[in-house]
Design a protein around this ligand. Structure first.
Ligand SMILES: O=C(O)COP(=O)(O)O
Ligand SMILES: [Mg+2]
Length: 221
């Protein structure tokens, strides 16, 4: 039985909030605006960079016409920083090794800009695990539209499908694509776990291989 697993990135495999906040605050400093807390910036993460910058700009009452320019500035600060403040969540490497040894095929479907996603995957030695990476700017649509998730699975061998993520957006994406969804509870979700549709939730990535097997048997495989 071939199993294909697609993962979200920010808040699921990696805790990138400090790097995202640092890039945002460098952009704000250039506009003469005081820094936001990591928690505040994290609350704006999930729908991709353009939405993050839009929310930050609204919060800081910046002129909306600056949006394209401030997106570019935030992304270039993010890319220049080299992911130094980003950490892989505990247990992720072990889980990925086990799943790979079991023959699972794996991909990434993130709303992060795709180049930034490739960069962080390389820096953290996560790139070799993933045969497909789709970012927030890879297609005209982004999550929660199911198109990027479908495109990621289509780039992997055929098999039983599972999506793993941390947010309301990931849950909606999985629902719209009719794919079983594993919810990591320690990422950047904004609502209670029981308010987010999911197949199985987990708070420690070490259990991933076990709950992948559970999700497959729950879906009749
Ligand atoms: O960049 C974002 O807004 C979120 O990225 P994610 O889809 O990997 O959680
Ligand atoms: Mg996420």
């Amino acid at each position: 039985m071939t199993v294909t697993i697609v993962f979200d990135l920010d808040g699921t495999l990696i805790d990138s909030a400090h790097d995202i906040a640092a890039a945002t605050n460098k952009m704000l400093a250039e506009q003469g605006v005081a820094p936001l807390s990591v928690a505040q910036v994290t609350s704006f993460v999930g729908d991709g960079l353009p939405s993050l910058v839009e929310r930050v700009m609204r919060h800081c009452e910046l002129d909306a016409s600056l949006h394209p320019q401030l997106c570019d500035a935030t992304l270039s600060h993010y890319n220049a920083a080299g992911s130094e403040l980003t950490k892989v969540y505990p247990g992720v490497y072990d889980a990925l090794n086990t799943l790979r040894d079991q023959g699972c095929h794996m991909g990434i479907c993130t709303n992060k800009p795709v180049q930034a996603a490739h960069h962080v995957l390389e820096v953290l030695n996560l790139a070799p695990y993933f045969q497909a990476v789709i970012g927030g700017d890879s297609l005209p649509q982004r999550k929660p539209d199911p198109a990027p998730l479908r495109a990621t699975f289509d780039a992997l061998p055929n098999g039983h499908r599972i999506y793993v993520g941390d947010s309301e957006i990931d849950a909606e994406t999985a629902q719209r694509a009719a794919i079983p969804f594993l919810l990591f509870t320690q990422g950047y979700r904004k609502t209670e776990v029981d308010q987010i549709p999911h197949t199985i939730s987990y708070d420690d990535s070490r259990v991933l291989p076990e709950i992948v097997a559970q999700a497959l048997s729950a879906s009749g495989n």
